[in-house]
Design a binder for this molecule. Structure first.
Ligand code: PLP
Length: 364
């Protein structure tokens, strides 16, 4: 018997729009809005764009002028890597890194899903001097499937010791953990609005002042020549409103970590066939990744959908076909990589959502 309102626990895939986002977009909707125009309509549009730039920069602790709006996290990741012929990244990155740099050196991860720092050190040390200028180290802040947080400060230090540029995909970290870019020596950082209650199709690359950037899109020279194309005013406005609202999210996610931990204890106690991933490591408070031995992830996702819960299976391809998770495979999960599901809460998630799911998983 399905429960009345389906419970959405797939927030690492995307989040519902916040009321603040909708209100801000509605307010900006309608008038002609090209922020490059000098007339009053253009100036009003420019105000919306610059307010949003300011809101994001305050949320993440960067310089306002370092924010370059893009069409999302995917474009931000591609843009960050575009000027580099040599990429060192991890085996657990999002496809927008892995497919943008198919020749990259891939850092292995431990069974808990943490990048192997010794291998990074080795690769950096052995890099010929004449390749260093064109090499970038790109490691995500937190993984989208397991929520495992990477030792970014150490990674950046190793890269810097080798004289290399640095990038981090912080798409999943935004709003879920405190970010202060002023304390991290990163050249490029990627964000996406739809993971924090903003619209999809809008994101940002933070480009440290003085860093050169090889633009992917050339044309009218918007975003100070770093990303041409008339600005996505409604998307940017929504992103800005979501960024302001997301200030309160870190505390909510900290609390959610307790609900998530209780959920994991509860399903582990109810079912000895549950295998949890990444639990020994610092993780995003909203994410739980687990397998039920012998049950394919698609089967689990469908059974939970029927029971009224939206969760996801490892990495879902855009075609809807689910393949074994490359993240869990890199963690050495073997056949469990095709049996795992991901539960991820968001700004709207309540304790009872996790509690009700625990009861259903116990009875599957
Ligand atoms: N990076 C990570 C870690 C993600 O989880 C995602 C989206 O799932 C992206 C990048 C891509 O972001 P977008 O959907 O805005 O292109």
């Amino acid at each position: 018997m399905p429960i009345a309102e389906p419970i959405y626990l797939d927030n690492n895939a995307t989040t519902p729009l916040r009321a603040e986002t909708i209100a801000a977009i509605q307010q900006a909707m309608g008038p002609p809005a090209n922020p490059s125009s000098v007339h009053s309509f253009g100036r009003q549009a420019r105000l919306h764009v610059e307010d949003a730039r300011q809101a994001l920069s305050v949320l993440v602790g960067c310089q306002t002028q370092d924010v370059v709006f893009t069409s999302g996290g995917t474009e931000a990741n591609n843009l960050a890597l575009s000027g580099f012929s040599n990429v060192i990244t991890s085996a657990i990155e999002h496809d927008s890194i892995l497919k943008a740099a198919p020749q990259a050196s891939l850092l292995p991860v431990t069974g808990d899903g943490v990048v192997d720092l010794a291998v990074l050190k080795q690769i950096v040390t052995m890099l010929p001097a004449n390749q260093r200028e064109k090499t970038i180290v790109s490691v995500m802040a937190a993984n989208n499937e397991t929520g495992v947080i990477q030792p970014l400060a150490e990674i950046v230090e190793i890269a810097r010791d080798g004289g290399l540029a640095t990038h981090s995909d912080m798409v999943q970290m935004l709003g879920k953990a405190h970010i202060d870019l002023a304390t991290l020596d990163l050249d490029f950082v990627s964000f996406s609005a739809h993971k924090i209650g903003g619209p999809s199709g809008i994101g940002a690359l933070i480009v440290r002042s003085g860093m050169s950037l090889t633009s992917l899109l050339r044309g009218g020279g918007q975003e100070q020549g770093r990303r041409s194309g008339t600005e996505n005013l409604l998307g940017i406005t929504g992103f800005g409103a979501a960024a302001v609202a997301a200030f309160g999210d870190v505390a909510h996610h900290r609390q959610m970590a307790g609900w998530r931990d209780d959920f994991e204890v509860s399903i582990g106690a109810a079912r000895p066939d549950v295998v949890l991933f990444g639990t020994g490591m610092p993780r995003l408070g909203n994410t739980s990744c687990f397998a039920i031995a012998g049950k394919a992830s698609e089967t689990l996702v469908m059974a939970l959908d029927i029971a009224g819960f939206a969760v996801s299976a490892g990495s879902a391809c855009s075609s809807g076909k689910v393949t074994a998770s490359h993240v869990l495979t890199a963690m050495g999960a073997g056949e469990k990589a095709a049996q795992a599901i991901r539960v991820s809460g968001g700004w709207q998630t309540r304790k009872e959502d996790f509690d009700r799911l625990a009861q259903v998983v116990a009875g599957l």
